[in-house]
Design a protein around this ligand. Structure first.
Ligand code: NAP
Length: 228
């Protein structure tokens, strides 16, 4: 495939590496090449099969709008924009493109969501829940998109308990650590996912772009990762 990777930061540069290993043709645009979405004009995108975005919450919506309006399939890993999901879904439907997003492209984290979903039944039996997340000091959004996704999973499975605090820590170069603690008067359940490197995100994103080829529609990675 011809892939355009937006963002040559910590994750975007690994996406480039994985995409090249998987024999894709790769073009990269960082903030300099993509000011005011300059890399995303219909002319610049005409031979691109899919755009993969690992940029910043500040510019991701403009990137999404430009790519989708140009009729291109898109995989979005950038977080901090999910309040606009429904608006983006309408745009994708209107333009008939393929769009896949997630706050976390790691297969391990998606398995972790399932363990959390099973354990969150505890909330129906008098337990309280807490979420802790740790990331590197340069992370721009807090709480993390993954912590918010865990909160949604627990709320759904736990019967809509609104009292689910997320505590965020920003320290050193932590890749991403998420903990769920479920507590009753009698005992405590701990669940933890600790990412050792960003490579799992990059592999998930490239495989997602491969899965999306030739498809239309709006997809959440949690619903499709088993098919990769
Ligand atoms: N879904 C997942 O699995 C997953 C995994 C990891 C991270 N993330 C998310 O992905 C995003 C990036 O994370 P990161 O750790 O890679 O951050 P990062 O190292 O800070 O990289 C962000 C990059 O975006 C570039 N950028 C800024 N504006 C741009 C634009 N208009 N067009 C193209 N590139 C632009 C920056 O380029 P310059 O340096 O040139 O300014 C920078 O290199 C964050 O939102 C993070 O939460 C998601």
């Amino acid at each position: 495939m011809n892939l355009l990777i937006l963002g040559r930061g910590k994750t975007g540069s690994l996406v480039v590496e994985v995409a090249a290993e998987r024999k894709h043709q790769v073009r990269i645009a960082g903030s300099k090449e993509n000011q005011a979405c300059a890399a995303l004009t219909p002319e610049k995108l005409h031979d691109i099969d899919a755009v993969i975005d690992f940029t910043t919450p500040r510019c991701v919506l403009a990137n999404i709008e430009a790519s989708v309006r140009a009729g291109k399939n898109m995989v979005v890993g950038t977080t901090g924009w999910h309040a606009e999901l429904e608006r983006v879904r309408s745009l994708v439907d209107e333009r008939g493109t393929g769009f896949l997003y997630t706050a976390n492209f790691s297969i391990g984290v998606n398995l972790f969501f399932e363990s959390v979903r099973a354990a969150a039944t505890a909330l129906r039996h008098g337990y309280s829940g807490q979420i802790f997340e740790r990331h590197h000091v340069h992370k721009k959004d807090a709480p993390s998109g993954t912590a918010l996704a865990i909160q949604r999973v627990i709320r759904e499975a736990g019967g809509g308990n609104d009292n689910l605090e997320i505590t965020s820590f920003r320290e050193g170069d932590v890749v991403g650590l998420h903990e769920v603690v479920l507590e009753s008067g009698n005992d405590r359940i701990y669940l933890c996912h600790d990412a050792k490197s960003r490579r799992g995100f990059a592999e998930g994103a490239v495989r997602a772009a491969e899965w999306l080829a030739g498809k239309k529609g709006f997809y959440d990675f949690k619903d499709v990762w088993r098919e990769l």
